[in-house]
Design a protein around this ligand. Structure first.
Ligand code: PMP
Length: 287
């Protein structure tokens, strides 16, 4: 099957698709993105993802290239043309093409829009969740606006690569005061001895995860106590359970942190239960 990618209004085979070398996304990481889950032929949490995309664009002063309805059509058409029933859809918007210069180009510069969709193996991600993942901590060397979902992902790339080389699956960033900010591409959570969920409150040091926000709704519904506060690596290592959340990993149990087992070193019951229930709280729109 020929895979198709959307670039600036056209659906093209990968071999024919191209971005200008002087795209600001390429030269300055002057671009934002979103990743949504596709599950059983449905799009998960489209509304919240599009709201966050519009916010990211607004924070960077990139003009909104299209309406909500048009985003919806691009996402769906890309999913359909790539016959993705389970996987992800990725949308990226840069400030557009201009002669290399730090200053913003003229306001009539058209943003560059890219959309791709990719299959993921449902059984592989379920197998990983049944096993749980290992994480390693690393200093958070990212910028001070991690609440904006930009493509400036080099610190995450470095951290995740180092995690992989040390035999772990992901990295947890730690701030200057010793508190966990978030995962390399996910929000970080722990569960204390009393069964209360703890995750860092939203501020400019972390991405306001869509999976995080849906999980908050689920917790309310289930009457599970949530405490929004930062936690340290030693506290997480001594926790009853730990997990991460993201659109592609959903609720993913963490079984070790810096080589120390969390709980009994197996996926926690609460994390597994929240994973199983997650889509009851999520928005699931037809493609
Ligand atoms: N934090 C970071 C740094 C991320 O890259 C991601 C994944 N995009 C998340 C958190 C989780 O966000 P979401 O639940 O919207 O996928």
């Amino acid at each position: 099957m020929t895979r198709i990618i959307y670039v600036n209004g056209r659906y093209l085979p990968y071999s024919e698709a191209a971005i200008h070398p002087e795209d600001r996304g390429n030269q300055f990481a002057d671009a934002v993105y979103e990743v949504c889950e596709v599950r059983e032929g449905r799009l998960t949490d489209e509304t919240r993802h599009m709201t966050r995309l519009e916010r990211s664009l607004g924070e960077l002063g990139i003009p909104l290239p299209m309406s909500r309805a048009a985003w919806g059509r691009v996402l769906r058409e890309t999913i359909r043309r790539n016959r993705v029933r389970h996987g992800l859809v990725y949308l990226q918007v840069s400030r557009g093409v201009a002669r290399r210069d730090f200053y913003f180009p003229s306001p009539d510069t058209l943003p560059t829009v890219i959309c791709l969709a990719r299959r993921l193996s449902a059984s592989k991600s379920e197998a990983l969740a049944a096993k749980g993942i290992a994480v390693v901590s690393t200093p958070d060397v990212r910028w001070a606006r991690c609440d904006i979902k930009t493509v400036m992902l080099l610190p995450a790339t470095m951290a995740k690569q180092r995690a992989k080389e040390s035999g772990a699956n992901d990295a947890w960033f730690v701030d200057d005061e010793g508190f966990v900010t978030e995962g390399g591409s996910a929000n970080a959570w722990i569960i204390d001895r009393e069964g209360r969920l703890i995750t860092r409150a939203l501020d400019q040091s972390i991405l306001p995860g869509i999976t995080r926000s849906v999980l908050l709704d689920l917790l309310k519904r289930e009457g599970i106590t949530l405490i929004e506060r930062p936690f340290t690596i030693p506290e997480a290592q001594a926790a009853r359970e730990a997990f991460i959340t993201s659109a592609t990993s959903l609720v993913m149990p963490v079984i070790s942190i810096d080589g120390k087992p969390v709980g009994n070193g197996a996926p926690g019951l609460i994390a597994q239960q929240l994973r199983a229930q997650f889509h009851e709280a999520a928005e699931r729109a037809p493609v």
